[in-house]
Unconditional design. Structure first.
Length: 411
């Protein structure tokens, strides 16, 4: 399918505008990064890389962000990160808050951060029912043991299995139907096996807190540093391998141009992460590596068409050959990049908070990676050929390093 026929855009004539746009994006993004890092060197990293504790807390209503921040500051944790979650796909998830605490102690106290956050939340939002456990934070085993002891259904001895099943159903209703937060025990009346006596027992033995811990993630500082190093090496190895491949398949200048363009894509994407206050995690590294491959593939398609046209247009100026090659592959670029962009955009809008940073990196990366193929990589090759001499430059026309033919002079 070809959407554009007879296109004759002078892409290389607009190279200075592409360079200016890239410079603006790079400067804006990296000024933002330096400003954030100057305040806190680890602010750009997620818990995966900096080490620490990340607790997902769900509230019964709108999360009181200011109260949480005040409580953490009073507890001596002013550098904690607090992020509201706007995901509305799951019941109650729109009331979730991510609380991150950087790990500053040794590996022997990895659970200390979680306990500190719990203490702050209990002190700030704890119930007033002294001596009563919080039903929203209670395990099914504890509920089953309590029901077995009180025996509200009058089943007598040997009813432990029955109450174990009932407790499992109560916990499932709490976590699935009510998003982990029950605000009134009457909400559990529709659970199979629940009677008014069971509701009365729960009401007497438990309180209902205004929050519940949904998830907790703990990473030690040594593990975080190791993951940062491995992520950096993985990215550099990928770029090095692609540089060698393109240098062998075409010429070294093509490989250098493609790698520079990919570096350009990654740096701009990281700048957008800082501007929009996203953290870099393992899933983001996966997105960046995906971006590296995607951008490189688009660049290779253009370079391959340039190589083919060099055989057919030997006497044409090299810039004109590159322009024609980009115009000939424009339909393919619009189809592949457009459909990919729509896919990752839907993932960003509907994929939930867990995939938010990953999909954001892909949304930015697809746009920047497509643009850099014709706006950065191709102009670098043209500039190099112009540097070698516009009238006397030579361009190899072979299909690979080992099959390159003699140099062809251009007039």
């Amino acid at each position: 399918m070809e959407f554009f026929k007879g296109v004759n855009v002078d892409w290389m004539g607009k190279a200075k505008y592409f360079a200016s746009l890239s410079a603006i994006l790079l400067i804006a993004g990296w000024v933002s990064i330096f400003m954030r890092v100057s305040k806190n060197p680890s602010v750009m990293y997620g818990i995966d890389f900096r080490g620490g504790t990340l607790v997902t807390v769900r509230f019964a209503g709108k999360p009181p962000i200011d109260e949480i921040r005040k409580g953490l500051a009073q507890a001596g944790l002013p550098n904690s990160t607090i992020q509201g979650i706007s995901d509305t796909q799951a019941v109650g998830s729109q009331n979730d808050v991510l609380i991150g605490l950087e790990q500053t102690q040794g590996d022997d106290s990895l659970d200390a951060g979680k306990q500190k956050i719990l203490e702050v939340l209990n002190k700030t939002f704890g119930t007033n029912a002294a001596g009563k456990a919080d039903f929203n934070s209670t395990t099914p085993a504890t509920i089953a043991a309590d029901l077995t002891e009180k025996d509200p259904l009058k089943l007598g001895t040997g009813a432990g299995d029955k109450y174990t099943q009932l407790a499992t159903q109560l916990a499932a209703a709490r976590d699935t139907d009510h998003g982990g937060i029950v605000t009134n025990f009457d909400q559990l009346q529709n659970v199979p096996g629940v009677t008014p006596a069971v509701v009365a027992t729960l009401n007497n033995d438990y309180s209902l807190g205004t929050f519940a811990i949904r998830d907790a993630e703990i990473v030690g500082p040594k593990v975080g540093a190791q993951l940062r190093r491995q992520a950096m090496l993985a990215t550099l190895y990928a770029l090095g391998g692609m540089l060698l491949y393109i240098a062998f398949r075409f010429e070294w200048v093509y490989g250098a141009a493609a790698v520079i363009a990919v570096f350009h894509d990654v740096l701009i994407t990281l700048g957008f992460f800082s501007l929009f206050h996203y953290e870099i995690s393992l899933t983001v590294i996966a997105a960046l590596l995906t971006l590296v491959g995607y951008s490189m593939n688009d660049t290779i398609v253009i370079f391959d068409r340039v190589r083919e046209n060099l055989r057919l247009m030997r006497r044409e100026p090299f810039a004109d050959i590159v322009n024609k090659s980009i115009n000939q592959t424009l339909s393919r670029t619009i189809l592949t990049s457009g459909l990919t962009f729509l896919t990752v955009l839907v993932l960003y809008l509907l994929g939930g908070e867990v995939l938010r940073a990953f999909s954001f990196a892909m949304v930015v990366g697809v746009v920047v990676g497509t643009y850099s193929s014709f706006g950065i990589a191709a102009p670098i090759v043209v500039l190099w050929n112009k540097y070698r001499g516009d009238s006397g430059a030579t361009v190899r026309t072979g299909s690979a390093a080992g099959k390159r033919g003699p140099a062809v002079a251009r007039s």
